[in-house]
Design a protein around this ligand. Structure first.
Ligand SMILES: *[C@@H]1O[C@H](CO)[C@@H](O)[C@H](O)[C@H]1NC(C)=O
Length: 246
């Protein structure tokens, strides 16, 4: 019995003394360059997650695998039922830049801007509907590329107590995309009719701004959910004062 108790406490001690990965850099609130330090630290942390983080059970994020996304038919110039499966996001960690990092300690809202030169959303797709009066349908491989992707991140957090320590939890990760250009490629449209398929891909790309407007919200939501999970995989294991030391 004694040994079981000892073992239990041993495990607890081990679990509660978990540290930030050595590849993560910490910033001190007293640092006069706190924001710039956070920009660097966050950008480095995300990049180091590229190959995953075993001790935190975080899978590699380069590429990042995402479950399916379903987008219902909307009313408007683009009314398109879309389904994406086996999604892989490429490029999230490549030459990522984070800037304007700010933490409001009262509201626990973290804001930042980020820039990725190129992010590819690669998936098996299924679409059915209309783009500007033209019918479109098909299923196969797709690749949606965002070039010069600027994003605004707003992370809503809260503090909570666990085992006498304060931890941070992400309640909602809000991300807004603003790419300079979007390139869409849908293989095998119209049951593989190459002439129609090519014309449609050309047409879609001539109107990519319009199409992206339809895709944007579900995309942002998907990214937000994934980033919430990854953040909480780290935050739930390390007390706040170790992540954000004074
Ligand atoms: C997706 O398309 C972009 C732009 O055409 C290309 O650079 C990229 O290599 C493609 N990604 C994949 C994984 O096929």
């Amino acid at each position: 019995m004694k040994s079981i108790v000892a073992l239990l406490f041993g495990v607890l001690a081990l679990a509660s003394s978990i540290e930030l990965p050595s590849t993560f850099q910490t910033c001190h609130k007293s640092d006069p360059q706190y924001s710039a330090c956070l920009d660097r630290a966050v950008s480095n942390a995300v990049t180091s997650l590229g190959s995953g983080l075993k001790s935190f059970k975080i899978l590699p994020i380069e590429p990042l695998a995402v479950n399916s996304v379903k987008i219902g038919e909307s009313k408007g110039p683009v009314s398109l039922k879309q389904e994406y499966k086996n999604i892989k996001l490429h490029g999230l960690t490549r030459n990522l830049r984070v800037y304007n990092y700010n933490i409001d300690w009262n509201t626990m809202i973290l804001t930042s801007d980020s820039y990725n030169p190129q992010v590819d959303f690669v998936a098996d797709y299924k679409v059915n509907g209309q783009v500007l009066v033209l019918p479109i349908r098909g299923s196969g491989h797709s690749n949606i590329t965002m070039l010069d992707l600027n994003a605004k991140n707003t992370i809503y957090c809260e503090k909570y107590e666990k085992d006498g320590e304060t931890y941070v939890r992400v309640k909602k990760y809000d991300i807004k995309f603003n790419p300079r250009k979007v390139i869409l490629q849908f293989d095998n449209l119209f049951e593989g009719d190459t002439v129609l398929g090519e014309q449609m891909n050309k047409f879609i790309n001539e109107n990519s701004d319009l199409l992206f407007k339809e895709l944007q919200a579900p995309y942002e939501e998907t990214f937000g959910l994934v980033f919430t999970k990854i953040s909480n995989d780290i935050f739930s294991r390390i007390p706040m004062e170790k992540i954000f030391p004074a």
